[in-house]
Design a protein around this ligand. Structure first.
Ligand code: SF4
Ligand code: SF4
Length: 415
């Protein structure tokens, strides 16, 4: 148990599925080779298969007795989808359309026999593959967006499954990180995480994951995904801070619920479940049934969902009557900065324990600050280009490692 726990609340009534958060995270942390398929933050359309495909059926987490449940490691081609490489040079000319300087040959039209810009290999799946598909029959069809990051669980099975003890939970704020020096890439953590929020980097032979932007958090800044969120759906703060909207939504109003609490990991990302418009009957008249079935939302966020939706409706009605609603004022988030209650001084002050923990993080997190600087210089050297997709050799290596992990690769005894 950490001394404090940082947490995030996402209001699903406000997410517009724009993927700005996904891009903010991708450009900040994972736009380097070996990470093409990684989305530490992804936004999926539900009902849908999600990313990686069918992660909700991939096992992991804990059983009712508190034992680790077996889980599977997703396959790159089948579950993540091969990262897409576009035929830039064929479609846009010798410079691949990436740099059109004064002397560069810029394409003028596509009527010179060149093909249109398209993927080199026809993709069969990938992140956001079933965007806006949803479920139900017109005119009662429905869908909503579910943004996902690592839940920085209070009881993380990824940590328990690692035979190298490479995964740790920070004492000062509960952020879960992978010590890159200790990780040997066995991927037991990937199998154990029921949310499939750990990714294997085949180039480095290490597992990597969301780091809750800890270098920003320590400066009192919110995570990149929350800071950039267009819909202002994300609140960030410490669960024990009564002034924080996170505390108020989770503990006081109890309208923010964890995703799949039954996995037993005690997630620290919470969701305000989505309301939906009423259904039509066969005559086209509005009914009193919600379009998104309560049973579906209960399957995600647990049995408290109907009560939460009722609270949201009652508070909305109060607001409409002009009586005002403290809850809606929080959820509307009139002032962006009030969505984040962070404390740089807390990290600066620290006590002996947190000072020791802080000394450990810069070289040991999933992507350290120095690594981030390396990424920036890599991007600068390559003209900001996103690295090429995995070649066949790397894919083979990834497959081999997955087989090895499945065959019980364990601690090799190295310190
Ligand atoms: S969401 Fe997965 S990776 Fe993150 S702490 Fe929980 S079990 Fe570990
Ligand atoms: S940036 Fe915000 S609104 Fe846009 S997809 Fe991400 S969580 Fe949703």
């Amino acid at each position: 148990m950490s001394r404090r726990q940082i947490a995030m609340v996402m209001d699903l009534n406000k997410c517009i599925g724009c993927q700005t958060c996904t891009t903010a995270c991708k450009t900040q942390w994972t736009n380097r080779s070996g990470r093409e398929y990684m989305y530490w933050n992804n936004v999926e359309t539900l009902p849908g298969r999600g990313y990686p495909a069918n992660w909700q059926d991939s096992g992991g987490g804990f059983d009712a007795a508190g034992n680790l449940r077996p889980g599977r490691i997703p396959n790159l081609e089948r579950d993540y989808g091969m990262p897409v490489e576009l035929n830039y040079s064929k479609a846009l000319g010798p410079l691949g359309g990436r740099q059109f300087g004064r002397n560069a040959e810029a394409p003028s039209s596509f009527d010179d026999g060149r093909p249109p810009l398209a993927p080199v290999i026809k993709p069969k799946g990938g992140p956001n593959w079933d965007e806006d598909t949803g479920a139900g029959e017109y005119s009662n069809s429905y869908y909503f967006y579910l943004p996902r990051i690592c839940n920085h669980c209070t009881n993380p099975p990824c940590l328990q499954a690692c035979p190298r003890k490479a995964i740790y939970k920070r004492e000062e704020d509960g952020i879960v990180l992978i010590d890159q020096d200790r990780c040997r890439g066995y991927q037991h953590c990937v199998a154990a995480c029921p949310y499939k929020k750990i990714y294997f980097n085949p180039l480095r032979g290490k597992s990597e994951k969301c780091i809750f932007c800890y270098p920003r958090i320590e400066q009192g800044l919110s995570t990149a995904c929350a800071q950039q969120c267009v819909g202002r759906i994300r609140f960030v703060g410490y669960l024990d801070d009564e002034e924080s909207p996170v505390h108020q939504l989770v503990k006081k109003w109890k309208v923010a619920l964890p995703l799949h609490a039954e996995y037993g990991t005690e997630p620290n990302v919470y969701y305000v479940p989505p309301l939906s418009p009423p259904k039509y009957d066969s005559e086209g008249r509005l009914t009193d049934q919600r379009r998104i079935p309560d049973e579906y939302l209960i399957g995600l966020f647990g049995p408290l969902v109907p009560g939460v939706l009722q609270t949201l409706l009652e508070e909305r009605d109060k607001q409409r009557r002009g009586e005002g609603s403290e809850l809606l004022d929080i959820l509307i988030a009139y002032r962006h900065e009030e969505m984040f209650t962070l404390d740089a001084d807390y990290y600066r002050r620290g006590d002996q324990a947190s000072a020791a923990a802080l000394a450990r993080t810069p070289s040991s997190a999933g992507a350290s600050q120095s690594e981030c600087a390396g990424m920036m210089s890599h991007a600068a050297q390559s003209g900001g280009a996103i690295p090429a997709v995995l070649d066949a050799r790397l894919q083979q290596r990834l497959n081999n490692l997955q087989v090895a992990a499945g065959n019980g690769g364990g601690d090799d005894g190295a310190a």
